[in-house]
Design a protein around this ligand. Structure first.
Ligand SMILES: Nc1ncnc2c1ncn2[C@@H]1O[C@H](COP(=O)(O)OP(=O)(O)OP(=O)(O)O)[C@@H](O)[C@H]1O
Length: 605
Protein backbone atom coordinates (compact mmCIF):
# COMPACT_ATOMS: atom_id res chain seq x y z
CA UNK A 1 0.00 0.00 0.00
CA UNK A 2 1.52 3.28 -0.99
CA UNK A 3 0.58 6.68 0.38
CA UNK A 4 -0.29 9.23 -2.27
CA UNK A 5 -2.70 11.89 -3.44
CA UNK A 6 -4.55 13.85 -0.80
CA UNK A 7 -2.76 15.01 2.35
CA UNK A 8 -3.51 12.98 5.44
CA UNK A 9 -4.69 15.84 7.67
CA UNK A 10 -7.05 17.09 4.93
CA UNK A 11 -8.66 13.66 4.65
CA UNK A 12 -9.13 13.37 8.40
CA UNK A 13 -10.44 16.92 8.63
CA UNK A 14 -13.16 16.04 6.14
CA UNK A 15 -14.57 13.63 8.74
CA UNK A 16 -15.00 16.46 11.27
CA UNK A 17 -17.87 18.12 9.41
CA UNK A 18 -20.52 19.28 11.91
CA UNK A 19 -18.27 18.36 14.83
CA UNK A 20 -15.76 21.22 14.79
CA UNK A 21 -18.01 23.21 17.14
CA UNK A 22 -17.40 20.65 19.88
CA UNK A 23 -13.64 20.95 19.46
CA UNK A 24 -13.98 24.74 19.56
CA UNK A 25 -16.07 24.73 22.77
CA UNK A 26 -13.60 22.35 24.36
CA UNK A 27 -10.71 24.67 23.43
CA UNK A 28 -12.54 27.68 24.93
CA UNK A 29 -13.25 25.73 28.15
CA UNK A 30 -9.56 24.74 28.32
CA UNK A 31 -8.40 28.35 27.91
CA UNK A 32 -10.81 29.47 30.63
CA UNK A 33 -9.67 26.70 32.94
CA UNK A 34 -6.00 27.61 32.46
CA UNK A 35 -6.72 31.26 33.30
CA UNK A 36 -8.70 30.36 36.40
CA UNK A 37 -5.85 28.04 37.48
CA UNK A 38 -3.53 31.02 37.38
CA UNK A 39 -5.89 33.34 39.24
CA UNK A 40 -6.07 31.09 42.32
CA UNK A 41 -2.44 31.71 43.44
CA UNK A 42 -3.07 35.44 42.94
CA UNK A 43 -5.92 35.30 45.48
CA UNK A 44 -3.50 33.67 47.90
CA UNK A 45 -0.89 36.39 47.14
CA UNK A 46 -3.41 39.18 47.83
CA UNK A 47 -4.55 37.49 51.04
CA UNK A 48 -0.97 37.14 52.33
CA UNK A 49 0.35 40.54 51.13
CA UNK A 50 -2.64 42.85 51.32
CA UNK A 51 -5.15 41.30 53.72
CA UNK A 52 -2.87 39.78 56.34
CA UNK A 53 0.03 42.15 55.38
CA UNK A 54 -0.11 45.87 54.71
CA UNK A 55 0.64 46.06 50.98
CA UNK A 56 -1.72 48.47 49.20
CA UNK A 57 -4.60 47.00 47.19
CA UNK A 58 -4.71 48.06 43.55
CA UNK A 59 -8.02 46.84 42.18
CA UNK A 60 -10.46 48.34 39.70
CA UNK A 61 -12.99 50.70 41.35
CA UNK A 62 -16.03 48.30 41.41
CA UNK A 63 -13.97 45.78 43.43
CA UNK A 64 -12.54 48.56 45.66
CA UNK A 65 -16.13 49.77 46.27
CA UNK A 66 -17.16 46.24 47.19
CA UNK A 67 -14.22 45.90 49.63
CA UNK A 68 -15.04 49.32 51.14
CA UNK A 69 -18.67 48.27 51.65
CA UNK A 70 -17.55 45.41 53.94
CA UNK A 71 -15.19 47.61 55.96
CA UNK A 72 -12.04 47.71 53.77
CA UNK A 73 -8.87 45.82 54.71
CA UNK A 74 -9.98 45.45 58.34
CA UNK A 75 -13.31 43.99 57.21
CA UNK A 76 -11.48 41.45 55.04
CA UNK A 77 -9.13 40.54 57.91
CA UNK A 78 -12.09 39.90 60.23
CA UNK A 79 -13.81 37.85 57.51
CA UNK A 80 -10.89 35.84 56.16
CA UNK A 81 -13.39 33.24 54.97
CA UNK A 82 -14.10 35.60 52.01
CA UNK A 83 -10.67 34.69 50.54
CA UNK A 84 -11.46 31.01 51.10
CA UNK A 85 -14.83 31.41 49.34
CA UNK A 86 -13.11 33.20 46.42
CA UNK A 87 -10.73 30.21 46.08
CA UNK A 88 -13.74 27.88 46.28
CA UNK A 89 -15.61 29.78 43.54
CA UNK A 90 -12.54 29.56 41.32
CA UNK A 91 -12.37 25.82 42.04
CA UNK A 92 -16.04 25.47 41.04
CA UNK A 93 -15.41 27.39 37.78
CA UNK A 94 -12.40 25.12 37.08
CA UNK A 95 -14.61 22.13 37.73
CA UNK A 96 -17.35 23.36 35.33
CA UNK A 97 -14.78 24.19 32.62
CA UNK A 98 -13.19 20.78 33.08
CA UNK A 99 -16.59 19.09 32.76
CA UNK A 100 -17.58 21.05 29.63
CA UNK A 101 -14.12 20.53 28.10
CA UNK A 102 -14.23 16.77 28.64
CA UNK A 103 -17.82 16.29 27.48
CA UNK A 104 -17.36 18.33 24.31
CA UNK A 105 -14.01 16.78 23.39
CA UNK A 106 -15.56 13.33 23.90
CA UNK A 107 -18.52 14.24 21.65
CA UNK A 108 -16.25 15.74 19.01
CA UNK A 109 -13.58 13.04 19.01
CA UNK A 110 -15.98 10.09 19.21
CA UNK A 111 -18.04 11.60 16.38
CA UNK A 112 -14.95 12.07 14.21
CA UNK A 113 -13.72 8.56 14.95
CA UNK A 114 -17.16 7.08 14.23
CA UNK A 115 -17.12 8.87 10.86
CA UNK A 116 -13.58 7.67 10.13
CA UNK A 117 -14.49 4.07 11.02
CA UNK A 118 -17.61 4.14 8.84
CA UNK A 119 -15.78 5.90 6.02
CA UNK A 120 -12.91 3.44 6.15
CA UNK A 121 -15.21 0.42 6.19
CA UNK A 122 -17.30 1.78 3.32
CA UNK A 123 -14.16 2.60 1.34
CA UNK A 124 -12.71 -0.89 1.90
CA UNK A 125 -15.98 -2.42 0.70
CA UNK A 126 -15.64 -0.49 -2.54
CA UNK A 127 -12.00 -1.25 -3.21
CA UNK A 128 -11.28 -3.57 -6.12
CA UNK A 129 -10.91 -7.30 -5.60
CA UNK A 130 -7.25 -7.26 -6.66
CA UNK A 131 -6.53 -4.80 -3.80
CA UNK A 132 -7.99 -7.30 -1.31
CA UNK A 133 -5.97 -10.13 -2.86
CA UNK A 134 -2.76 -8.09 -2.58
CA UNK A 135 -3.22 -6.92 1.01
CA UNK A 136 -3.20 -9.15 4.06
CA UNK A 137 -6.48 -9.32 5.96
CA UNK A 138 -4.66 -8.97 9.31
CA UNK A 139 -3.02 -5.76 8.14
CA UNK A 140 -6.33 -4.29 6.90
CA UNK A 141 -7.98 -5.16 10.22
CA UNK A 142 -5.11 -3.59 12.16
CA UNK A 143 -5.44 -0.37 10.14
CA UNK A 144 -9.19 -0.29 10.74
CA UNK A 145 -8.98 -0.98 14.47
CA UNK A 146 -5.62 -0.35 16.21
CA UNK A 147 -4.60 2.57 14.00
CA UNK A 148 -8.04 4.16 14.33
CA UNK A 149 -7.75 3.65 18.10
CA UNK A 150 -4.40 5.52 18.16
CA UNK A 151 -6.04 8.45 16.31
CA UNK A 152 -9.02 8.32 18.69
CA UNK A 153 -6.71 8.46 21.67
CA UNK A 154 -4.84 11.38 20.14
CA UNK A 155 -7.96 13.47 19.41
CA UNK A 156 -9.73 12.66 22.67
CA UNK A 157 -6.74 12.97 25.02
CA UNK A 158 -3.48 14.10 23.47
CA UNK A 159 -4.89 16.96 21.39
CA UNK A 160 -6.61 18.55 24.41
CA UNK A 161 -3.55 17.90 26.56
CA UNK A 162 -1.24 19.41 23.96
CA UNK A 163 -3.41 22.52 23.74
CA UNK A 164 -3.56 22.81 27.54
CA UNK A 165 0.19 22.27 27.85
CA UNK A 166 1.03 24.99 25.33
CA UNK A 167 -1.44 27.36 27.02
CA UNK A 168 0.00 26.61 30.45
CA UNK A 169 3.58 27.16 29.31
CA UNK A 170 2.75 30.46 27.55
CA UNK A 171 0.56 31.87 30.33
CA UNK A 172 2.77 30.80 33.22
CA UNK A 173 5.98 32.12 31.62
CA UNK A 174 4.29 35.43 30.72
CA UNK A 175 2.99 35.90 34.26
CA UNK A 176 6.27 34.83 35.82
CA UNK A 177 8.26 37.22 33.61
CA UNK A 178 5.92 40.07 34.54
CA UNK A 179 6.49 39.26 38.23
CA UNK A 180 10.20 38.53 38.43
CA UNK A 181 12.62 38.53 35.53
CA UNK A 182 15.59 36.97 37.35
CA UNK A 183 13.71 34.04 38.84
CA UNK A 184 11.94 33.35 35.54
CA UNK A 185 15.29 33.36 33.72
CA UNK A 186 16.44 30.56 36.04
CA UNK A 187 13.21 28.66 35.27
CA UNK A 188 13.83 29.19 31.55
CA UNK A 189 17.27 27.58 31.72
CA UNK A 190 15.64 24.35 32.93
CA UNK A 191 12.68 24.32 30.48
CA UNK A 192 14.64 23.37 27.30
CA UNK A 193 16.74 20.88 29.28
CA UNK A 194 13.62 19.06 30.51
CA UNK A 195 11.88 19.20 27.08
CA UNK A 196 14.96 17.87 25.23
CA UNK A 197 15.53 15.21 27.89
CA UNK A 198 11.96 13.92 27.76
CA UNK A 199 11.80 14.12 23.93
CA UNK A 200 14.94 12.02 23.53
CA UNK A 201 13.93 9.56 26.19
CA UNK A 202 10.39 9.29 24.90
CA UNK A 203 11.68 8.80 21.34
CA UNK A 204 13.71 5.82 22.56
CA UNK A 205 10.78 4.49 24.59
CA UNK A 206 8.37 4.85 21.64
CA UNK A 207 10.51 2.54 19.55
CA UNK A 208 10.53 0.03 22.42
CA UNK A 209 6.75 0.32 22.73
CA UNK A 210 6.48 -0.42 18.99
CA UNK A 211 8.63 -3.54 19.38
CA UNK A 212 6.46 -4.61 22.34
CA UNK A 213 3.30 -4.02 20.22
CA UNK A 214 4.72 -6.16 17.44
CA UNK A 215 5.63 -8.89 19.92
CA UNK A 216 2.06 -8.80 21.21
CA UNK A 217 0.72 -9.12 17.64
CA UNK A 218 3.10 -12.05 17.11
CA UNK A 219 1.85 -13.76 20.27
CA UNK A 220 -1.79 -13.35 19.25
CA UNK A 221 -1.09 -14.59 15.70
CA UNK A 222 0.62 -17.71 17.10
CA UNK A 223 -2.39 -18.41 19.35
CA UNK A 224 -4.87 -17.69 16.56
CA UNK A 225 -3.04 -19.86 14.03
CA UNK A 226 -2.83 -22.70 16.53
CA UNK A 227 -6.53 -22.53 17.38
CA UNK A 228 -7.58 -22.29 13.73
CA UNK A 229 -5.37 -25.19 12.76
CA UNK A 230 -6.21 -27.30 15.81
CA UNK A 231 -7.11 -30.29 13.63
CA UNK A 232 -3.72 -30.32 11.92
CA UNK A 233 -1.95 -29.89 15.28
CA UNK A 234 -3.81 -32.88 16.74
CA UNK A 235 -3.51 -35.01 13.61
CA UNK A 236 0.27 -34.58 13.51
CA UNK A 237 0.75 -34.76 17.31
CA UNK A 238 2.35 -31.29 17.36
CA UNK A 239 0.89 -30.15 20.72
CA UNK A 240 4.28 -30.19 22.54
CA UNK A 241 5.97 -28.24 19.74
CA UNK A 242 3.12 -25.70 19.66
CA UNK A 243 3.21 -25.24 23.47
CA UNK A 244 6.99 -24.62 23.37
CA UNK A 245 6.60 -22.20 20.45
CA UNK A 246 3.92 -20.27 22.31
CA UNK A 247 5.86 -20.16 25.60
CA UNK A 248 8.94 -18.82 23.81
CA UNK A 249 6.93 -16.00 22.26
CA UNK A 250 5.23 -15.39 25.61
CA UNK A 251 8.63 -15.23 27.36
CA UNK A 252 10.02 -12.79 24.78
CA UNK A 253 6.94 -10.63 25.18
CA UNK A 254 7.18 -10.55 28.99
CA UNK A 255 10.94 -9.82 28.86
CA UNK A 256 10.28 -6.83 26.61
CA UNK A 257 7.79 -5.38 29.09
CA UNK A 258 10.12 -5.94 32.04
CA UNK A 259 12.90 -4.08 30.14
CA UNK A 260 10.43 -1.33 29.34
CA UNK A 261 9.54 -1.14 33.03
CA UNK A 262 13.23 -0.55 33.89
CA UNK A 263 13.54 2.14 31.23
CA UNK A 264 10.35 3.87 32.34
CA UNK A 265 11.77 3.78 35.88
CA UNK A 266 14.96 5.58 34.73
CA UNK A 267 12.89 8.04 32.71
CA UNK A 268 10.56 9.09 35.53
CA UNK A 269 13.24 8.86 38.22
CA UNK A 270 15.75 11.05 36.34
CA UNK A 271 12.94 13.42 35.32
CA UNK A 272 11.89 13.79 38.96
CA UNK A 273 15.50 14.52 39.92
CA UNK A 274 15.92 17.27 37.29
CA UNK A 275 12.53 18.80 38.17
CA UNK A 276 13.32 18.58 41.89
CA UNK A 277 16.64 20.34 41.27
CA UNK A 278 14.84 23.12 39.38
CA UNK A 279 12.22 23.57 42.15
CA UNK A 280 14.96 23.60 44.79
CA UNK A 281 16.93 26.27 42.89
CA UNK A 282 13.83 28.46 42.54
CA UNK A 283 12.97 28.06 46.25
CA UNK A 284 16.54 28.93 47.32
CA UNK A 285 16.82 32.01 45.07
CA UNK A 286 13.21 33.00 45.95
CA UNK A 287 13.87 32.74 49.70
CA UNK A 288 17.02 34.90 49.32
CA UNK A 289 15.06 37.49 47.26
CA UNK A 290 12.12 37.49 49.73
CA UNK A 291 14.40 37.91 52.76
CA UNK A 292 16.21 40.77 50.95
CA UNK A 293 12.82 42.42 50.26
CA UNK A 294 13.14 42.10 46.44
CA UNK A 295 9.83 40.23 46.40
CA UNK A 296 7.03 39.94 48.92
CA UNK A 297 6.13 36.71 50.70
CA UNK A 298 2.89 36.49 48.66
CA UNK A 299 4.82 36.91 45.39
CA UNK A 300 7.22 34.19 46.47
CA UNK A 301 4.32 31.81 47.16
CA UNK A 302 2.73 32.62 43.78
CA UNK A 303 6.03 32.10 41.99
CA UNK A 304 6.64 28.72 43.59
CA UNK A 305 3.09 27.74 42.78
CA UNK A 306 3.42 28.82 39.09
CA UNK A 307 6.74 27.03 38.85
CA UNK A 308 5.24 23.74 40.00
CA UNK A 309 2.24 24.28 37.66
CA UNK A 310 4.77 24.61 34.82
CA UNK A 311 6.75 21.50 35.74
CA UNK A 312 4.19 18.91 34.64
CA UNK A 313 3.34 20.37 31.21
CA UNK A 314 7.02 20.83 30.42
CA UNK A 315 7.72 17.22 31.31
CA UNK A 316 4.76 15.89 29.36
CA UNK A 317 5.76 17.88 26.28
CA UNK A 318 8.27 15.25 25.20
CA UNK A 319 5.71 12.50 25.71
CA UNK A 320 3.16 14.39 23.62
CA UNK A 321 5.70 14.84 20.82
CA UNK A 322 6.33 11.08 20.95
CA UNK A 323 2.58 10.38 20.84
CA UNK A 324 2.26 12.74 17.90
CA UNK A 325 4.79 10.81 15.85
CA UNK A 326 2.98 7.59 16.72
CA UNK A 327 -0.30 9.18 15.63
CA UNK A 328 1.29 10.41 12.40
CA UNK A 329 2.28 6.83 11.53
CA UNK A 330 -1.29 5.62 12.17
CA UNK A 331 -2.87 8.51 10.25
CA UNK A 332 -0.61 7.76 7.29
CA UNK A 333 -1.54 4.07 7.40
CA UNK A 334 -5.27 4.90 7.49
CA UNK A 335 -4.94 7.46 4.70
CA UNK A 336 -3.03 5.00 2.53
CA UNK A 337 -6.22 2.92 2.46
CA UNK A 338 -8.50 5.94 2.00
CA UNK A 339 -6.34 7.15 -0.90
CA UNK A 340 -6.68 3.88 -2.82
CA UNK A 341 -9.01 4.42 -5.78
CA UNK A 342 -12.38 2.67 -5.45
CA UNK A 343 -14.01 0.59 -8.16
CA UNK A 344 -15.99 3.25 -9.99
CA UNK A 345 -18.11 2.79 -13.08
CA UNK A 346 -17.77 5.16 -15.99
CA UNK A 347 -20.74 7.56 -15.98
CA UNK A 348 -22.04 6.16 -19.29
CA UNK A 349 -22.03 2.52 -18.09
CA UNK A 350 -25.32 0.78 -18.73
CA UNK A 351 -27.58 -2.12 -17.79
CA UNK A 352 -28.33 -4.64 -20.55
CA UNK A 353 -30.46 -7.73 -21.08
CA UNK A 354 -28.36 -10.52 -19.59
CA UNK A 355 -30.38 -13.34 -21.21
CA UNK A 356 -28.13 -13.05 -24.24
CA UNK A 357 -25.13 -14.82 -25.75
CA UNK A 358 -21.81 -14.43 -23.94
CA UNK A 359 -18.76 -14.17 -26.14
CA UNK A 360 -15.05 -14.22 -25.30
CA UNK A 361 -13.01 -12.91 -28.26
CA UNK A 362 -9.20 -13.25 -28.32
CA UNK A 363 -9.00 -12.79 -24.57
CA UNK A 364 -5.54 -12.70 -23.01
CA UNK A 365 -4.84 -11.82 -19.39
CA UNK A 366 -2.01 -11.82 -16.92
CA UNK A 367 -2.00 -10.98 -13.22
CA UNK A 368 0.97 -9.05 -11.89
CA UNK A 369 3.54 -11.51 -13.22
CA UNK A 370 5.02 -11.33 -16.71
CA UNK A 371 3.42 -14.51 -18.08
CA UNK A 372 -0.15 -14.49 -19.39
CA UNK A 373 -2.44 -16.85 -17.49
CA UNK A 374 -4.83 -17.17 -20.41
CA UNK A 375 -3.96 -16.36 -24.04
CA UNK A 376 -6.04 -15.74 -27.08
CA UNK A 377 -9.21 -17.39 -25.73
CA UNK A 378 -12.26 -17.30 -27.97
CA UNK A 379 -15.62 -19.04 -27.50
CA UNK A 380 -19.30 -18.29 -27.48
CA UNK A 381 -21.97 -19.37 -24.97
CA UNK A 382 -25.47 -19.39 -26.40
CA UNK A 383 -28.06 -17.84 -24.08
CA UNK A 384 -30.02 -20.41 -22.06
CA UNK A 385 -27.55 -23.25 -22.68
CA UNK A 386 -25.20 -25.14 -20.39
CA UNK A 387 -21.54 -24.53 -21.10
CA UNK A 388 -18.80 -26.55 -19.43
CA UNK A 389 -15.12 -25.82 -18.92
CA UNK A 390 -12.61 -28.58 -18.26
CA UNK A 391 -8.91 -28.07 -17.63
CA UNK A 392 -6.06 -29.03 -15.35
CA UNK A 393 -5.31 -27.09 -12.18
CA UNK A 394 -4.00 -23.63 -12.90
CA UNK A 395 -5.18 -23.74 -16.53
CA UNK A 396 -7.10 -20.47 -16.10
CA UNK A 397 -10.74 -21.58 -15.63
CA UNK A 398 -11.43 -19.41 -12.58
CA UNK A 399 -9.54 -16.53 -14.18
CA UNK A 400 -12.04 -16.55 -17.06
CA UNK A 401 -14.88 -16.22 -14.51
CA UNK A 402 -13.04 -13.42 -12.68
CA UNK A 403 -12.95 -11.62 -16.01
CA UNK A 404 -16.61 -12.37 -16.75
CA UNK A 405 -17.88 -10.69 -13.58
CA UNK A 406 -15.26 -7.94 -13.75
CA UNK A 407 -13.39 -8.79 -10.57
CA UNK A 408 -10.51 -8.01 -12.93
CA UNK A 409 -11.03 -5.80 -15.96
CA UNK A 410 -9.52 -6.80 -19.27
CA UNK A 411 -6.86 -4.25 -20.22
CA UNK A 412 -7.13 -2.50 -23.61
CA UNK A 413 -6.03 -4.57 -26.63
CA UNK A 414 -6.37 -7.84 -24.73
CA UNK A 415 -9.54 -9.00 -26.42
CA UNK A 416 -13.17 -8.46 -25.46
CA UNK A 417 -15.93 -10.16 -23.50
CA UNK A 418 -19.44 -9.29 -24.61
CA UNK A 419 -22.96 -10.07 -23.44
CA UNK A 420 -25.54 -9.60 -26.19
CA UNK A 421 -22.81 -7.85 -28.18
CA UNK A 422 -22.13 -5.25 -25.45
CA UNK A 423 -18.59 -5.07 -24.07
CA UNK A 424 -18.91 -5.91 -20.35
CA UNK A 425 -16.60 -3.00 -19.50
CA UNK A 426 -19.54 -0.82 -20.57
CA UNK A 427 -21.95 -2.59 -18.19
CA UNK A 428 -22.36 -1.35 -14.61
CA UNK A 429 -20.34 -3.55 -12.30
CA UNK A 430 -23.04 -3.94 -9.64
CA UNK A 431 -25.64 -4.79 -12.26
CA UNK A 432 -23.36 -7.30 -13.96
CA UNK A 433 -22.42 -9.03 -10.71
CA UNK A 434 -25.95 -9.16 -9.38
CA UNK A 435 -26.94 -10.93 -12.62
CA UNK A 436 -24.19 -13.53 -12.53
CA UNK A 437 -24.66 -15.99 -9.68
CA UNK A 438 -21.39 -17.62 -8.61
CA UNK A 439 -20.82 -20.68 -6.47
CA UNK A 440 -17.20 -21.33 -5.60
CA UNK A 441 -15.38 -24.55 -4.75
CA UNK A 442 -14.78 -23.41 -1.18
CA UNK A 443 -17.77 -21.24 -0.43
CA UNK A 444 -17.69 -18.89 2.50
CA UNK A 445 -20.55 -19.09 4.98
CA UNK A 446 -21.07 -16.43 7.60
CA UNK A 447 -21.29 -17.31 11.29
CA UNK A 448 -25.07 -16.88 11.19
CA UNK A 449 -28.07 -19.19 10.82
CA UNK A 450 -28.45 -21.32 7.69
CA UNK A 451 -31.57 -19.33 6.83
CA UNK A 452 -29.65 -16.03 7.07
CA UNK A 453 -26.83 -17.47 4.99
CA UNK A 454 -29.16 -18.54 2.20
CA UNK A 455 -31.24 -15.36 2.23
CA UNK A 456 -28.26 -13.02 2.30
CA UNK A 457 -29.16 -11.73 -1.18
CA UNK A 458 -32.81 -11.32 -0.22
CA UNK A 459 -33.30 -11.03 3.56
CA UNK A 460 -37.11 -10.81 3.12
CA UNK A 461 -37.37 -14.22 1.44
CA UNK A 462 -40.13 -16.45 2.86
CA UNK A 463 -39.11 -19.70 4.52
CA UNK A 464 -41.14 -21.69 1.94
CA UNK A 465 -39.09 -20.18 -0.87
CA UNK A 466 -35.87 -20.91 1.01
CA UNK A 467 -36.98 -24.51 1.55
CA UNK A 468 -37.91 -24.87 -2.11
CA UNK A 469 -34.51 -23.79 -3.41
CA UNK A 470 -32.80 -25.89 -0.71
CA UNK A 471 -34.65 -28.88 -2.12
CA UNK A 472 -33.29 -28.09 -5.58
CA UNK A 473 -29.81 -27.86 -4.06
CA UNK A 474 -30.46 -31.18 -2.28
CA UNK A 475 -29.64 -29.81 1.14
CA UNK A 476 -33.13 -29.43 2.62
CA UNK A 477 -33.12 -32.88 4.23
CA UNK A 478 -29.70 -32.36 5.82
CA UNK A 479 -30.80 -28.99 7.23
CA UNK A 480 -34.04 -30.41 8.63
CA UNK A 481 -32.01 -33.07 10.43
CA UNK A 482 -30.33 -30.42 12.57
CA UNK A 483 -32.24 -29.88 15.83
CA UNK A 484 -32.83 -26.21 15.00
CA UNK A 485 -33.36 -26.77 11.27
CA UNK A 486 -32.93 -23.60 9.24
CA UNK A 487 -32.22 -21.65 12.45
CA UNK A 488 -29.04 -23.64 13.06
CA UNK A 489 -26.04 -21.37 13.40
CA UNK A 490 -23.05 -22.41 11.29
CA UNK A 491 -19.36 -21.70 11.69
CA UNK A 492 -17.43 -20.79 14.80
CA UNK A 493 -20.49 -20.18 16.94
CA UNK A 494 -22.43 -23.22 15.79
CA UNK A 495 -22.35 -26.53 13.92
CA UNK A 496 -19.70 -27.40 11.39
CA UNK A 497 -21.14 -28.30 8.01
CA UNK A 498 -19.44 -30.90 5.82
CA UNK A 499 -17.72 -29.66 2.65
CA UNK A 500 -20.59 -31.01 0.51
CA UNK A 501 -23.26 -29.43 2.76
CA UNK A 502 -21.50 -26.08 2.57
CA UNK A 503 -21.35 -26.27 -1.22
CA UNK A 504 -25.07 -27.09 -1.40
CA UNK A 505 -26.02 -24.25 0.99
CA UNK A 506 -23.99 -21.95 -1.27
CA UNK A 507 -25.87 -23.28 -4.32
CA UNK A 508 -29.19 -22.56 -2.56
CA UNK A 509 -27.97 -19.05 -1.75
CA UNK A 510 -27.11 -18.46 -5.39
CA UNK A 511 -30.44 -19.87 -6.61
CA UNK A 512 -32.34 -17.40 -4.43
CA UNK A 513 -30.60 -14.65 -6.38
CA UNK A 514 -32.49 -15.84 -9.52
CA UNK A 515 -29.80 -14.71 -11.91
CA UNK A 516 -29.98 -15.18 -15.69
CA UNK A 517 -26.36 -16.45 -15.63
CA UNK A 518 -25.15 -19.09 -13.16
CA UNK A 519 -21.53 -20.15 -12.66
CA UNK A 520 -20.59 -23.31 -10.77
CA UNK A 521 -16.83 -23.10 -10.27
CA UNK A 522 -15.97 -26.64 -9.22
CA UNK A 523 -18.79 -26.23 -6.75
CA UNK A 524 -19.99 -29.81 -6.76
CA UNK A 525 -16.56 -31.32 -6.11
CA UNK A 526 -17.40 -32.28 -2.51
CA UNK A 527 -20.72 -33.88 -3.48
CA UNK A 528 -20.97 -37.54 -4.53
CA UNK A 529 -21.66 -38.25 -8.23
CA UNK A 530 -25.24 -39.33 -7.62
CA UNK A 531 -26.19 -36.18 -5.67
CA UNK A 532 -24.27 -34.10 -8.22
CA UNK A 533 -26.44 -35.57 -10.98
CA UNK A 534 -29.68 -35.04 -8.99
CA UNK A 535 -28.79 -31.39 -8.30
CA UNK A 536 -28.03 -30.75 -11.97
CA UNK A 537 -31.34 -32.33 -13.10
CA UNK A 538 -33.29 -30.27 -10.55
CA UNK A 539 -31.46 -27.14 -11.66
CA UNK A 540 -32.16 -27.81 -15.32
CA UNK A 541 -35.81 -28.31 -14.52
CA UNK A 542 -36.24 -25.19 -12.39
CA UNK A 543 -33.99 -22.75 -14.28
CA UNK A 544 -34.71 -23.64 -17.89
CA UNK A 545 -33.89 -20.21 -19.30
CA UNK A 546 -30.71 -19.47 -17.39
CA UNK A 547 -27.31 -19.69 -18.99
CA UNK A 548 -25.23 -22.12 -16.93
CA UNK A 549 -21.44 -22.33 -16.83
CA UNK A 550 -20.08 -25.48 -15.21
CA UNK A 551 -16.44 -25.81 -14.24
CA UNK A 552 -15.40 -29.23 -13.07
CA UNK A 553 -12.77 -31.94 -13.15
CA UNK A 554 -15.49 -34.59 -13.19
CA UNK A 555 -16.56 -35.76 -16.65
CA UNK A 556 -19.99 -36.94 -15.42
CA UNK A 557 -20.71 -33.38 -14.28
CA UNK A 558 -19.83 -31.92 -17.66
CA UNK A 559 -20.85 -34.53 -20.22
CA UNK A 560 -24.44 -33.39 -20.57
CA UNK A 561 -23.50 -29.78 -21.23
CA UNK A 562 -24.46 -28.32 -24.63
CA UNK A 563 -20.86 -27.35 -25.28
CA UNK A 564 -17.59 -28.21 -23.55
CA UNK A 565 -14.43 -26.11 -23.65
CA UNK A 566 -11.12 -27.77 -22.84
CA UNK A 567 -8.36 -25.55 -21.54
CA UNK A 568 -4.70 -26.42 -21.17
CA UNK A 569 -2.09 -24.01 -19.75
CA UNK A 570 -4.30 -21.02 -20.49
CA UNK A 571 -5.10 -21.99 -24.09
CA UNK A 572 -8.18 -23.48 -25.74
CA UNK A 573 -7.29 -26.98 -26.90
CA UNK A 574 -10.74 -28.29 -27.71
CA UNK A 575 -14.34 -27.21 -28.02
CA UNK A 576 -17.37 -29.36 -28.79
CA UNK A 577 -20.11 -31.56 -27.41
CA UNK A 578 -19.32 -34.64 -25.33
CA UNK A 579 -19.82 -36.84 -28.40
CA UNK A 580 -17.47 -34.68 -30.49
CA UNK A 581 -14.79 -34.77 -27.84
CA UNK A 582 -14.78 -38.51 -27.15
CA UNK A 583 -14.58 -39.24 -30.82
CA UNK A 584 -11.04 -38.01 -31.17
CA UNK A 585 -7.98 -38.33 -28.98
CA UNK A 586 -7.14 -35.47 -26.71
CA UNK A 587 -7.18 -34.38 -23.07
CA UNK A 588 -10.94 -34.78 -22.74
CA UNK A 589 -10.93 -38.30 -24.16
CA UNK A 590 -8.03 -39.31 -21.92
CA UNK A 591 -9.75 -38.04 -18.77
CA UNK A 592 -13.01 -39.63 -19.87
CA UNK A 593 -11.33 -43.00 -20.32
CA UNK A 594 -9.63 -42.82 -16.93
CA UNK A 595 -12.72 -41.68 -15.05
CA UNK A 596 -14.97 -44.23 -16.75
CA UNK A 597 -12.36 -46.98 -16.24
CA UNK A 598 -12.18 -47.62 -19.96
CA UNK A 599 -8.66 -46.61 -19.91
CA UNK A 600 -5.50 -47.23 -21.66
CA UNK A 601 -2.24 -45.50 -20.65
CA UNK A 602 -3.56 -42.08 -21.37
CA UNK A 603 -1.89 -38.88 -20.33
CA UNK A 604 -3.67 -36.67 -17.89
CA UNK A 605 -3.55 -32.98 -17.79
N1 LIG B 1 -4.87 -13.15 -7.91
C1 LIG B 1 -3.90 -13.78 -8.55
N2 LIG B 1 -2.70 -13.19 -8.68
C2 LIG B 1 -1.71 -13.81 -9.33
N3 LIG B 1 -1.82 -15.02 -9.92
C3 LIG B 1 -2.99 -15.65 -9.83
C4 LIG B 1 -4.09 -15.07 -9.14
N4 LIG B 1 -5.14 -15.93 -9.21
C5 LIG B 1 -4.70 -17.01 -9.93
N5 LIG B 1 -3.43 -16.84 -10.30
C6 LIG B 1 -2.63 -17.76 -11.10
O1 LIG B 1 -3.25 -17.90 -12.36
C7 LIG B 1 -3.19 -19.23 -12.82
C8 LIG B 1 -4.59 -19.70 -13.17
O2 LIG B 1 -5.35 -19.75 -11.99
P1 LIG B 1 -6.88 -20.16 -12.00
O3 LIG B 1 -7.36 -20.03 -10.60
O4 LIG B 1 -7.57 -19.40 -13.05
O5 LIG B 1 -6.79 -21.70 -12.43
P2 LIG B 1 -7.91 -22.81 -12.41
O6 LIG B 1 -7.88 -23.42 -13.77
O7 LIG B 1 -9.20 -22.28 -11.97
O8 LIG B 1 -7.31 -23.81 -11.37
P3 LIG B 1 -8.04 -24.81 -10.33
O9 LIG B 1 -8.72 -25.87 -11.13
O10 LIG B 1 -6.91 -25.38 -9.54
O11 LIG B 1 -8.97 -24.01 -9.50
C9 LIG B 1 -2.54 -20.03 -11.73
O12 LIG B 1 -1.18 -20.23 -12.08
C10 LIG B 1 -2.62 -19.15 -10.50
O13 LIG B 1 -1.49 -19.32 -9.68
Amino acid sequence: MKGKNKLSYKILFSYADGLKKFLFISAVATVLRVFVNFITPQVIRITVDSVIGDKPMNFISPIMNLIDSIGGRQGLRENIWISAVAVLILAVITCICDYIGRVTIAKGSEGIIKNIRNGLYEHIQKLPYHWHVKNQTGDIIQRSTSDVEVVRNFISTQLAEMFRTIMLIIVSLTLMFSMNFKLTSIVLIFVPIIIIYSSIFYGILSRKFLVADEAEGDLFSAAQENLTGVRVVRAFGREKYEIERFSKKNRDFSDLWVKLGYQLGYYWGLGDLVTGFQVMTIICVGVIQASNGVITLGEFLVFVSYNSMLAWPVRSFGRILGEMSKTKVSVTRICEVLNEPVEDDEPDNISVDMNKDIEFKNVSFKYEGPVPVVSDISFKIKAGTTFAILGGTGSGKTTLMHLLNRLYDLPENSGTITIGGVDIRKIKRDYLRSNIGMVLQEPFLFSRTIKQNISIVNPDAEIDEIKHISEIAHVDEAIENFSKGYDTVVGERGVTLSGGQKQRVAIARMLLQQTPIMVFDDSLSAVDSETDSKIRSALKESRKNSTTILISHRITTLMQADMILVLDKGKVVDLGTHEDLINHSGIYKSIYDVQMNISDDSSLS
